[in-house]
Design a protein around this ligand. Structure first.
Ligand SMILES: [Zn+2]
Length: 123
């Protein structure tokens, strides 16, 4: 992967991480009924958390945490020469897929197979 693309994905990953961190904090507050002390309600506006029922909120929270971890891993991995290479078949994951899912560790084909086998619960 060339350095321009790498820089782009790094930027994209960091933005997603920040966004998700924000979202997780807000969700955690609403799930735990938090909102203690001086937490500002302004960032609550962009998620429709209020309408979700508790179970759904917790499910989303877990999913987001998983993605958050994957994003963090991807940020650590991005300088690795294997970044953007499928961990299963060792082929390039493809820029288009990485644009949608910059933290992907598998190419589309392997991802699909993994999902149908429910292999390690990716996503
Ligand atoms: Zn693959």
């Amino acid at each position: 992967m060339n350095p321009t693309n790498k820089a782009k994905f790094r930027q994209s990953l960091i933005e997603r991480r920040n966004h998700l961190a924000h979202q997780l904090m807000s969700m955690e507050e609403s799930v735990l009924g938090g909102a203690q002390s001086g937490s500002s309600p302004t960032h609550m506006a962009d998620i429709s958390g209020d309408n979700f029922d508790q179970d759904m909120n917790i499910g989303l929270l877990e999913k987001d945490f998983r993605i958050f971890r994957q994003i963090n891993e991807a940020i650590e991995r991005i300088d690795d020469p294997n970044f953007g290479v499928c961990e299963s078949c060792q082929r390039e994951i493809g820029l288009r897929r990485l644009e949608h899912v910059p933290y992907a560790r598998l190419c589309v084909n392997c991802q699909r197979r993994a999902e149908s086998n429910n292999f390690m619960g990716f996503y």
